[in-house]
Ligand binder design. Structure first.
Ligand code: CAA
Length: 296
């Protein structure tokens, strides 16, 4: 396995490209938007500089990582010589289904098709290909260059050989794999999203303010970020989409998204990426939204 294509150059896609390139793989980063690709390369450079400044890698390591990455806006040619394609597009089922159909039509017959989806069924995506045994979930965590976990999700038809290849590959790129089966939210979001949702309910019902809720979980439970900051970091729209998958998939009201989350997403407050969420991010760092003005 040498040639990796990554589809989607957003936060997760550029992080995945960064990690594979840093580990000596040829990476073709694909996006329909040329400007998004330019931005992704700038982000990768910035994150590599951060690693150089911390002494984690040297300048030569940075240069070889950058040299291992090519970009294209053409999916068809972009996947044509890949051993593995990882889809990391927006968390939208219809979009991902179309991408899987295109990946299947254009990638070599022996190529493994993986998805970084955080909650959409691997089995359903596999059904849009002629090779369901070669379709698998490879769920990275943000920030990808830092977080050690890869949650590997077997679809109903994923072959043992493909699972083993992806498991070994995850170790080769310095990650720790954890296996999950294909049920809504897999392991990570089955547990994480109800916690975030409960934190939002706690705010919504006035049990505590933003700072208090995050402080309790940071200092009381040793989480690196409080759940509301983490929700801003993940994207409130992404959190809502995942909760809807859990709610629809299990039909259990305990997964119903808090109405405050729904209102925030509908009003365009999507967290770090939109500048506003539970915190204000417009200065590039976390500012507490004054509690009196925080709409419940
Ligand atoms: N690229 C490369 N390195 C990065 C980086 C990036 N994007 N972001 C941070 N780093 C590095 C820093 O250089 C630093 O390195 P050293 O340890 O070598 O010094 C290290 O990461 C820690 O960074 P900072 O000191 O700047 O900041 P921090 O201590 O506050 O840590 C954090 C930042 C790692 C993001 C930490 O706050 C954290 O772990 N947060 C929780 C992250 C999390 O839960 N992610 C999962 C989200 S869920 C998900 O992704 C999946 C889903 O389906 C929703």
């Amino acid at each position: 396995m040498k040639n990796i294509a990554v589809i989607g150059s957003g936060t997760m896609g550029n992080g995945i490209a960064h990690v594979f390139a840093q580990n000596g793989f040829n990476v073709n980063l694909i996006d329909i938007n040329e400007q998004a690709l330019e931005k992704a390369l700038a982000v990768i450079n910035k994150n590599l500089d951060r690693q150089v400044n911390k002494g984690r890698i040297d300048e030569a390591g940075k240069e070889s990582t950058v040299a291992n990455i090519t970009t294209t806006t053409d999916l068809k040619s972009g996947v044509s010589s890949s051993d593995l394609v990882i889809e990391a597009a927006t968390e939208n089922k219809e979009l991902k289904m179309n991408i899987f159909r295109d990946m299947d039509a254009n990638a070599p017959a022996n190529c493994i098709l993986a998805t970084n989806t955080s909650s959409i069924s691997i089995t359903e995506l596999a059904a849009f290909t002629s090779r369901p045994e070669k379709v698998i979930g490879m769920h990275f965590m943000n920030p990808v260059p830092v977080m050690k976990l890869v949650e590997i999700i077997n679809g109903y038809s994923t072959s043992e050989q493909v699972t083993k290849t992806i498991y070994d590959l995850s170790i080769e790129i310095g990650k720790t794999p954890a296996m999950a089966n294909d049920y809504p939210g897999f392991i990570a979001n089955r547990i994480l999203m109800p916690m975030i949702n409960e934190a939002i309910w706690t705010l919504h019902e006035g049990v505590g303010g933003v700072e208090e809720i995050d402080t309790v979980m940071k200092l009381g439970m040793a989480h690196p970020m409080g759940p509301l900051q983490l929700a801003d970091f993940i994207g409130l729209d992404v959190c809502l989409a995942i909760l809807n998958v859990l709610h629809d998939g299990f039909g259990n009201p305990k997964y119903a998204p808090c109405p405050l989350l729904v209102n925030m997403v509908n009003s365009g407050n999507r967290g770090v990426k939109s500048g506003n969420g539970f915190y204000n991010w417009t200065h590039g760092t976390k500012d507490l939204v004054v509690s009196e003005s925080f709409k419940r």
